[in-house]
Ligand binder design. Sequence first.
Ligand code: GLC
Ligand code: CA
Length: 613
Amino acid sequence: MKEQIHVKKAGSATDPLWYKDAVIYELHVRTFQDSNGDGIGDLPGLISRLDYLQNLGVTCIWLLPFFPSPLRDDGYDIADYVDVHPTYGTIDDFKSFLSAAHERGMQVLIELVINHTSDQHPWFKAARLAPPGSPERNFYVWSPTDQLYRDAPIIFSDTEKSNWAWDDVAHSYYWHRFFSHQPDLNFDNPAVMEEVLKAMRFWLDLGVDALRMDAIPYLVERDGTTCESLPETHAIIKKLRATIDAEYTNRFLLAEANQWPTDVRPYFGDGDECHMTFHFPLMPRIYMALRQEDRLPITDIIAQTPAIPDNCQWGLFLRNHDELTLEMVTSDERDYMYFAYSADPRMRVNSGIRRRLAPLLDNNRRRIELLNSLLLSFPGTPIMYYGDEIGMGDNIYLGDRNAVRTPMQWNSDRNAGFSTAVPAKLCFPVIMDPIYGYQAVNVESHLSDQSSLLHWTRNMIALRKLFHVFGRGSMEFLNPENSKVLAYIRHYDPSTASREDTATAPVQNFTAPGTETVLCVANLSRFAQPVSLDLAAFAGMQPVEMLGYVPFPIVTGQPYPLTLAPYSFFWLELQPPVSEASIDAPDEEPTTDDLTPGEESRPTNPNHPNDTT
Ligand code: GLC
Ligand code: CA
């Protein structure tokens, strides 16, 4: 029996705060690489693509659910918590995958979906047959009426009319926050918690590095409340965390709580609940700022974002496997987003937009780069969605959120190199339209094109990883008059690194050893923009453009002028003043045109992405 094999393996990370420096890549085994020609991706296929991920530079792989499941919610409808879906492989394949990822220096994040199971889970099959009040029945939430908990909103509003469904076998209603085939587990029953802990330990014992807590606000229901984020739910999370802290090292919990920043804050607890939570409200506001050509939506939501404990981190993303959710915007903002980003009603589902990054941005390379520059330089850990690094498209004629879940495009061979199956057999069709089709958009073509989005993304990831400031530092906005320009200072001083203290306090020490200060400037407009920055606090410092190592004019007490091309951005490292003699720079003040990457006066850094090729 698998549960009896109890050899605990360590996770692969060594720094307890490793998740702050991570670059996470989200993928589904099902759609990444098929190894046996059955048209469905699998673990051996994924293993064969690990070199690609290592080369891209991502440090942590997030696997969408790969457990036995009828796959009516892409695997979030779990029928067995402690096994692998047979079409993806076996537990042994998973172990091989895990060690292959670890060998390449990548950590692994998997799903812990504990709010609900599939109605095909043996627990539910037993529950509906068992008498009311019996231990089996009590694994789920039952009621003789559908009038209880009426203040809980319906999440999948396009498909579900109620959070209760009638079960003819049990002669009772059961509670489900998502699809009606996903009954919610009953956390008032201690036996449920025991099973959840078993499942959690099962994967952590194998050496899994991190767990994403799916749909975590909805664990416990109480009448007269929205049944979200109740104290009882937080008590359960604390218990899971305490177990991890007591029994494992260097693992992390990521909360999926689609809530306003102040409502998400409790999911960090006092540093004793989740290590990381997604920043849901920031995401749509990045798209709003871009379309409105105004920084306000971003600065506003960051201002509303509370400080978090030292050992905690925000998880940042532009897109994921779900719809671009618009739950955390006002109804006016939602209308605006629908108008701006989903011309065709087919592009909408529930309260969101089911499109990928590139089509959302009209396949505009500069916009894609701009948004990625924000993702990689905002405070938090960036999470990328597979395929977005090559600008993959979507298929809005597929149902539900499958629009954004089509197979990874590896090359221009049959089925994009994803599978050798006859095309009709594929789990989802590959994208075939003339713009995003796999003949044009694929990894192989991007690898052979030095100026491809893939190469650019790889360089940016490598650059980010050279600095601790992005994952660990504070952020302070500058307030230039031109509101089309977003400018912020990232600052990290390892000796005083404490997000809770430094997030709002002005940065002070720029010269202490290990200190990193980066000025980020982004033009949200489709036209060129001038901007004048108040950098008086940094007078004397030397800005160096980080991608090309290009020195910019020294900062003085005067306003600092910059000119930005449409949708362009600068990452400028503010280096401490250097004595004149040691400056190895051209006689004249350099301008952006004078120096191109690779020119003689540039300092070299063996780790710099532009110095290694
Ligand atoms: C989470 C997942 C989503 C799934 C839902 C129900 O929101 O991200 O894909 O449908 O949980 O499990
Ligand atoms: Ca397969």
